[in-house]
Ligand binder design. Structure first.
Ligand code: NAP
Length: 496
């Protein structure tokens, strides 16, 4: 197969890749390629098509600041609407022609002689001066290691691979998991299925969602007076940011948030036994708190059974939990995503180890955008670049602007190799771990994907997103080893 050279190769056409493409074009950088392994743009929003899939951050905030959308039909955009928005941004900003769909990266290594990435895909090879991973954090389905799962004789699907041809009406449906995805999917399944059995390992904290339609008057106002939508965005930004108070500032701040959660439970579940089984025994924010007004009422419906006994095994006809067999026709795994996307296992650094190898030592990166040992590479939403208390899009945009600034200066200064210094990265990672121990993310008394197997912060930025924004406002080239020429005629220094 032929090898194509592209100055910038971006992997992933979701919020990260499309946003980066748009901002690159706005900055006058038009020679780049985005590869996307699926057959559509949209990343997680093209893949998660389960019923009820929607944003759990108000769409005014869960959208690019550089591409506001006055047309959201609801406070929380639904999956089809968010996907349509992303496709529109890709078209409007000229990103679509840069995207090669159905192209999976299978290996990548940095060639020190050419100072280029050599990238293999299932649709031909690339060389690239700069590689950007924008694959996101939730890329692969996590299939639970339950004894007998493969022996199940009914229909089995993970929420990431929803089978829309499967009619659930009149069926007995089991759902394993009660995280953000399950909370959206269960009310939808409850409406059509005959019986629903929910297998809960840990009850989530649920807070009011207060979804509503955006009126035509509001939409008209947003269209004619964009400042009004900016003000709404700013208000939501502040409200959601406040979840950082219990998350990483101090666990004492959890009380008002827990009061909201308890109020929701009391208001929506009248049966004291069910209420007790739904009451979390850990601090709010230890796992992601979930916004929902539909979940508790669905669980209280007569065709829903909540099973809290641990799952023993799965058999041909159903799930055995606490010694009792619960027969189901369909089993839905709402069990989340693997800790590391597949890409992290196939991109090798200068010492031959992959991003995944390094991460398993301990979660690390510099600002979630760079990694020592991976020259000429940036990541979007890398470790410590994700927020537990803010719209992911806010963090993504900060990273995109940092990368665009870097690429602009790399191009302007003729920089051929840049790499974050290991000492700078170590200092940053130490700071991240040191700042993580005060709030509910780590001290909340639960097990979640916010922590790794050793109880360390798995990669959330333990600070305010405006602090993160300020730290990523410009490419801090003085923290990088920078070389200006091709090997043989190298001059070293900071890339200004
Ligand atoms: P998740 O938060 O990881 O939840 C997985 C669920 O499966 C948990 O309830 C977990 O129980 C349960 N589980 C996993 N393995 C199990 C096992 N072996 N036996 C029994 N139960 C098991 O995954 P998710 O709900 O898909 O959400 C992942 C993330 O995606 C969210 O936190 C959010 O960031 C994102 N998301 C966003 C939206 C949105 O609206 N924007 C919607 C959905 C998801 P434990 O709690 O006991 O581990």
């Amino acid at each position: 197969m032929s090898t194509t050279h592209t100055p910038v190769l971006v992997v992933g056409a979701g919020f990260g890749g499309i946003g980066l493409g748009a901002r690159l074009r706005q900055a006058g950088i038009t020679d780049f390629t985005i590869i996307e392994r699926t057959d559509d743009l949209g990343g997680t929003w093209s893949r998660n098509t389960y019923p009820g899939a929607a944003c759990d951050v108000p769409s005014t905030l869960y959208s690019y600041a550089f591409a506001p959308n006055p047309e959201w039909s609801r406070k929380y955009g639904t999956q089809p609407e968010i996907l349509a928005y992303l496709r529109r941004v890709a078209d409007d900003f000229g990103v679509t022609p840069h995207v090669r769909l159905g192209t999976t990266l299978t290996a990548a290594r940095f060639d020190e002689d050419t100072r280029r990435w050599e990238v293999s895909t299932d649709r031909g090879d690339f060389t690239a001066d700069v590689l950007v991973s924008a694959v996101g954090a939730f890329a692969e389905a996590s299939i639970p290691d339950l004894p007998g799962l493969s022996s199940f004789g009914g229909d089995l699907m993970h929420t990431l691979h929803w089978d829309h041809d499967l009619d659930l009406s009149g069926k007995r449906v089991g759902v394993i998991g009660t995280g953000a995805t399950a909370v959206q999917v269960i009310p939808e399944v409850q409406r059509v299925a005959d019986e629903v059995v929910v297998f809960q390992r840990t009850p989530p904290w649920i807070v009011p969602r207060l979804d509503r339609a955006i009126t035509a008057v509001e939409r008209g106002l947003y269209r004619r007076l964009p400042l009004s939508q900016r003000a709404t965005r700013a208000a939501w930004y502040g409200a959601i940011e406040s979840f950082g108070l219990p998350g990483f500032v101090n666990t004492a701040f959890r009380h008002p948030f827990e009061a909201l959660g308890r109020l929701q439970l009391r208001r929506q579940v009248s049966d004291p036994v069910l209420r007790a089984r739904l009451t979390p025994d850990y601090m709010i924010g230890c796992k992601r708190a979930i916004f929902s007004d539909a979940y508790y009422p669905a669980l209280a419906e007569p065709n829903v059974e909540l099973v809290t006994e641990p799952i023993d095994e799965v058999g041909p006809t159903g799930v055995v939990a606490g010694g009792a067999l619960h027969e189901v026709d369909v089993l839905i795994l709402a069990t989340g995503f693997t800790a590391l996307p597949a890409l992290t296992e196939v991109v090798s650094g200068t010492d031959g180890r992959t991003i995944g190898d390094r991460y398993r030592e301990r979660p690390q990166s510099y600002l979630g955008v760079a990694n020592a040992g991976f020259p000429n590479m940036f990541t979007v939403l890398g470790p410590f670049g994700a927020a537990g208390n803010q719209s992911a899009v806010v963090m993504i945009e900060a990273q995109i602007d940092y990368i665009v600034d870097a690429l602009t200066r790399v191009g302007r200064s003729g920089i051929s190799r840049f790499e974050i210094r290991a000492t700078e990265q170590d200092e940053f990672v130490e700071e991240m771990h040191a700042r993580s121990g005060r709030g509910t993310w780590l001290k909340g008394g639960c097990v979640s994907y916010y922590t790794n197997g050793s109880g360390l912060n798995s990669g959330l930025f333990p600070g305010w997103s405006f602090e993160y924004r300020s730290r990523t406002r410009r490419w801090d080239a003085d923290r990088y080893d920078v070389q200006h020429e091709r090997r043989g005629a190298a001059t070293e220094g900071a890339g200004r």
